[in-house]
Design a protein around this ligand. Structure first.
Ligand SMILES: Nc1ncnc2c1ncn2[C@@H]1O[C@H](COP(=O)(O)OP(=O)(O)OP(=O)(O)O)[C@@H](O)[C@H]1O
Ligand SMILES: [Mg+2]
Length: 222
């Protein structure tokens, strides 16, 4: 469902040219739970951003569900991202002056034809899936790190994306909370058939996924 061909990303800033990714070839099957590992700076987030269509590759091809993503206008890209992809980040990226339920509703605000009532209903369902029903009216500052990440997961799944991209989702959490988050991701993968791509430094968590790929200096080493 996701194919990357000869993917290359070069960042050019003033004097320095950084080859963040080179010659990445990867096929990710529908329903797969894949982890990406490797040392700091090896290109993991860059790779996730390419798959998530948050940035364009310098060379090579990204194909998602038979769509070759090339030369698309921003609006089309944003729409495709909104419908197909859910994002989870290490630092949660919640909006602090919105309640949990309003944070979770956000992705649906950009979709046409969903009433406020329907939005609220689906937000509460997503919040229930991550076990946070009693906190729907809380603000992010009133939550623990693990709870914040669960809100971020609810927000990532409210639009029922086929693909979930998680960049070190347990990176800011202790191992107990990290395990809880991992269990939620595993459940989404098994029960809702979500394809999940997760960057992690935690070998123990990576070992629970279907496949691990290792990056080193922007290259895939296995
Ligand atoms: N916007 C950017 N402009 C210039 N260079 C960048 C940019 N983003 C990333 N880089 C460089 O590309 C390389 C890969 O960065 P990336 O963020 O993908 O690493 P990473 O594997 O996610 O690291 P970490 O584990 O620390 O998050 C690094 O050398 C980084 O400095
Ligand atoms: Mg990173």
């Amino acid at each position: 469902m996701i194919t990357l061909k000869n993917l290359e990303k070069v960042y050019q800033t003033d004097e320095i040219e950084t080859v963040a990714l080179s010659n990445i070839n990867l096929e990710i099957a529908k329903g797969e739970f894949l982890s990406i590992m490797g040392p700091s700076g090896c290109g993991k987030s860059t790779l996730l951003n390419m798959i998530g269509l948050l940035d364009k590759p310098t060379n090579g091809m990204v194909e998602i569900e038979k769509n070759i993503i090339d030369g698309w206008r921003d609006k089309r890209l944003a729409q495709f991202r909104n419908q197909k992809l859910g994002f989870i980040f290490q630092s949660f990226h919640l909006i602090n002056d919105l309640q949990v339920v309003d944070n979770v509703e956000l992705p649906l605000l950009y979709r046409k034809g969903i009433s406020g009532k329907e939005r609220r209903k689906r937000a509460l369902e997503a919040i229930e899936k991550v076990g946070l029903s009693t906190r729907a009216k809380h603000y992010p500052a009133q939550l623990s790190g693990g709870q914040k990440q669960r809100v971020a997961i609810a927000r990532a799944i409210i639009g029922q994306p086929d693909i979930i991209l998680a960049d070190e989702p347990t990176g800011n959490l202790d191992s107990k909370m990290g395990n809880d988050i991992m269990e939620i991701l595993e459940k989404l993968n098994k029960q809702e058939k979500a394809t999940i791509i997760m960057v992690t430094h935690d070998e123990r968590l990576a070992n629970k996924t279907n496949r691990i790929i290792h990056l080193f200096d922007g290259k895939q080493v296995n």
